[in-house]
Write a protein that binds this ligand. Structure first.
Ligand SMILES: *[C@@H]1O[C@H](CO)[C@@H](O)[C@H](O)[C@H]1NC(C)=O
Ligand SMILES: *[C@@H]1O[C@H](CO)[C@@H](O)[C@H](O)[C@H]1NC(C)=O
Length: 521
């Protein structure tokens, strides 16, 4: 029997036999929540002993060993998100607005974001550097396949990472467009089973966006792809695949979702749900003052944060004051992520410019989380089994909250200057009805009940792609089948042709006989 030490040494030997790979991770969106996920990917790969280069807007001062960062933060200033745009994205100016993510404007913004990165000298020089070699490229998919040129430059494998629930626009690049009769759009708040009108609307939203994508967006993107990647390919001595070949050639799709928080959509063999991978396995301790506050809250704590992009500071004075007044009437302690200082804050309200969200959610005295419904916030709430009150504003926040409501772990409140009353009612319902917190705990245990942790699963699949030379064995056969074949339009055409010819022949025979008949009569 080998002793414990011997076994440990054996394990270490086993681990070091494992190959270390070099992986490029690119999460260019200059948004803190997207970077939290990018960081999660990077840290898990580093923990597994790999070397990582991370292209990001949020380069860290503290460098981990085996990590190189390519700082792209300067691109943000070119995005045209000037004062005007910033003003538009303040909560007070988003009240009563339609979800802008389902618009042509949003398509334009996503193209523009990619265009700016692909025209950036720092990124281009990095991609042209012939000393750089990678075993795999993990790129955030943000409503465009424009980064699909990066993997072929390094003769490497493309791994897409989607920060959201699965939906047709992303599934189409690794598999097929699922039937809109039961797979809803990312920006739709319908939840299957759908009624007749909902089904019609879902179909229409796919057709509309599919046509725009294929007739307008992708041709424009193809032009940019050729312009940017072809010269880099030449410096690297590589002939690139066409944009369409590259776009549909991803080896793997990782999705920041899970059936326990979203809808159990059907996935192809090379797509996997990894939501929760970014959450630290050991929750960091709270800062002393928050720890004390939460420990001592006799009636529990309510945590209120509108996320990192939407600032509570951007509320109208009326909204802010009416919320302060409503909170002040509660017995509970309220921790509100608020980005500036205020005078005369009621005793039971504690404003904080920043809070370690995961640590707050992990505290046993927390009663509920009032959130904007961002994917990270709802995921973390389910991870820690906390019920939510959501005030969704845009993007997938509506869908995330719709799902939380349907599962019985949350209540949605409409963003409105006058929402204090509705919010107060939602808070009372969650405080007084134990089913929300019970269901949140149940969902949390489902969320954690997996064959391996999402962090391990993420690393496993990335390594699997590299070990198997691109995981070609997992590729869905659907991805290369053109639409007309999927709908058997060719068969229909042949059948229509046969029918037409048959009718024609019959008619001729009939005509030849009729005159005879006429003569006889
Ligand atoms: C850094 O990478 C090398 C292999 O490239 C590996 O042997 C080493 O353990 C890694 N270091 C850390 C701290 O992970
Ligand atoms: C698709 O990617 C694989 C690597 O995963 C590569 O070997 C192959 O050449 C690529 N095909 C095209 C058409 O780009």
């Amino acid at each position: 029997m080998p002793n414990k030490k011997g076994f440990a040494l054996f394990l270490i030997a086993l681990i070091s036999v494992n190959d270390a790979y070099k992986i490029l991770v690119i999460f260019p969106l200059c948004s803190k929540s997207h970077n939290n996920l990018g960081k999660g990917v990077v840290n898990n790969l580093l923990d597994a002993g790999h070397e990582v280069v991370y292209c990001t807007c949020f380069a860290d001062k503290e460098k981990r060993p085996n990590l190189t960062e390519v700082d792209l933060s300067h691109v943000e200033t070119q995005l045209g998100f000037d004062k005007d745009m910033e003003e538009q994205f303040k909560i007070k100016n988003l009240v009563g607005k339609n979800n802008f993510a389902d618009s042509l404007f949003f398509m334009y913004v996503t193209y523009e974001i990619h265009r700016l990165f692909l025209n950036d000298d720092v990124l281009i020089n990095f991609l042209s550097d012939t000393n750089q070699k990678f075993d795999a490229v993990v790129a955030e998919w943000f409503f465009s396949e424009l980064f699909s040129g990066i993997a072929p430059l390094f003769q490497s494998h493309m791994i897409w990472f989607a920060t959201t629930e699965a939906h047709w626009q992303i599934l189409r690049i690794v598999d097929d467009i699922p039937s809109p009769a039961y797979s809803t759009d990312l920006f739709s708040v319908n939840i299957p089973p759908l009624d007749f009108l909902q089904r019609a609307k879902e179909l229409w939203s796919v057709i509309k966006r599919y046509v725009i994508l294929n007739c307008v967006v992708m041709p424009i993107e193809q032009h940019l792809y050729n312009k940017v990647y072809t010269p880099i390919g030449e410096t690297r001595g590589i002939r690139l695949p066409s944009y369409y070949d590259a776009a549909y050639n991803g080896s793997l799709l990782l999705l920041n979702s899970h059936p326990s928080i979203g809808t159990p959509f059907r996935l192809p063999q090379n797509a996997h749900y990894v939501a929760g991978f970014h959450i630290d396995t050991k929750t960091k301790p709270l800062p002393e003052n928050l720890q004390k506050l939460m420990n001592e809250a006799k009636h529990g704590v309510i945590y209120f944060s509108m996320g990192s992009n939407l600032k509570s500071m951007g509320m109208s004075d009326f909204m802010r004051d009416s919320l302060l007044k409503m909170f002040s009437e509660l017995k509970q302690t309220v921790i509100w992520k608020f980005e500036s200082d205020l005078d005369n804050v009621p005793k039971n309200i504690h404003l904080t410019k920043w809070a370690p969200q995961q640590s707050v959610l992990a505290h046993p005295n927390l009663k509920m989380f009032i959130t904007h419904g961002g994917q990270l916030s709802t995921t973390e709430a389910i991870h820690f089994g906390v019920p939510v009150v959501g005030i969704p504003v845009y993007g997938d926040q509506h869908v995330n909250m719709k799902s939380a409501v349907e599962k019985g772990v949350g209540i949605t409140v409409t963003l409105d200057d006058n929402m204090a009353g509705e919010l107060s009612a939602a808070i009372q319902e969650i405080l007084n009805n134990p089913s929300y917190s019970k269901t949140a705990k149940e969902l949390s245990s489902i969320f954690h009940d997996r064959p391996m942790s999402p962090a391990k699963e993420l690393v496993y699949w990335v390594e699997h792609v590299i070990r198997t030379g691109g995981a070609r064995h997992l590729r869905s056969p659907a991805v290369n089948v053109p639409l007309y074949q999927k709908f058997y339009l060719d068969l229909l055409l042949i059948m229509a042709l046969i029918l037409y010819l048959t009718l024609k022949v019959l008619r001729r025979l009939f005509r030849q006989r009729t005159p005879v008949k006429v003569k006889e009569s």
